[in-house]
Design a protein around this ligand. Sequence first.
Ligand code: R5P
Length: 288
Amino acid sequence: MKVVGGSASVSLAKGIARELKAAFVDVAFEKHSGGFPDSERYVRLLGPVGGEHVILVQTTHPDAMVVEFLMLADAIRDAGARRLTAVVPYFGYGRQDKRFLEGEAVSAKAIGKHVAADADELLTMAVHNPDVLKTFSIPAVDVDGIPALGRYLKGVDVDMLIAPDDNAIRFAKTASAICGKRYDYLEKKRIDSHTVEITPKKLDVRGKSIAIVDDVISTGGTIGTVTKELRSQGARRVIAACVHGLFVDNAEANLKACDDVIATDTIQSEFTKGSVAPESAAAIRALG
Ligand code: R5P
């Protein structure tokens, strides 16, 4: 078995290789294609993969990382790999999982079709809607990304976890079982893509250090609003914890409300603290 990492996921790919005791294959990445100054991506495998079961790890965000994924999968196949398992830690475009308006692309399906073209199977982590995986042409399994947060939160100054909405209760529950800290939840109403409202609810947070646990931080609108609510109820410290740290648009300003921000390595950033490598490796082993 050999592990290849796209440039969005080199560190996680190395972690998965260590967990699996598999060889890591280096890749040369350039931002020009074949020496042409056109800002297109260029990838080159720097080791042999012929006859191997290859694990390709690459988050498909932002767009250029989709292109890298497709080129690496093609290069791995051309180099004679026997089997290709695609690990897409953050499945970009996964949130447009249905046609809301006539004529729209179902982006998750469109990207999935191409990701599946050269792969034998696919693993995602905390994908927005796991049902979308059923539409892909290869077996696809979603892996829980929350345990990485649970492990990290066990060792830090946190008294209690808060889910920002109903949907996130399952994330807080999983993290709570791992870090041993109790959880509660709020109810959120999304007004538009940048604005959310929190239904008033009294929480037992006075004087406590709180971690808000969610799958994604995108604009940070949810975290900013929930942090203000927690502070108004007397929380001493607020940490924002997510699996996928996208941090787009106003995120930097919104996250200033928090004392700390942590994310996993599904999207590598300055906030990456926990790794999903153990769960990824376990899911790969389970494929047989
Ligand atoms: C929503 O269902 C998700 O779990 C997140 O709460 C949401 O994507 C966060 O987005 P933002 O950071 O833009 O509020």
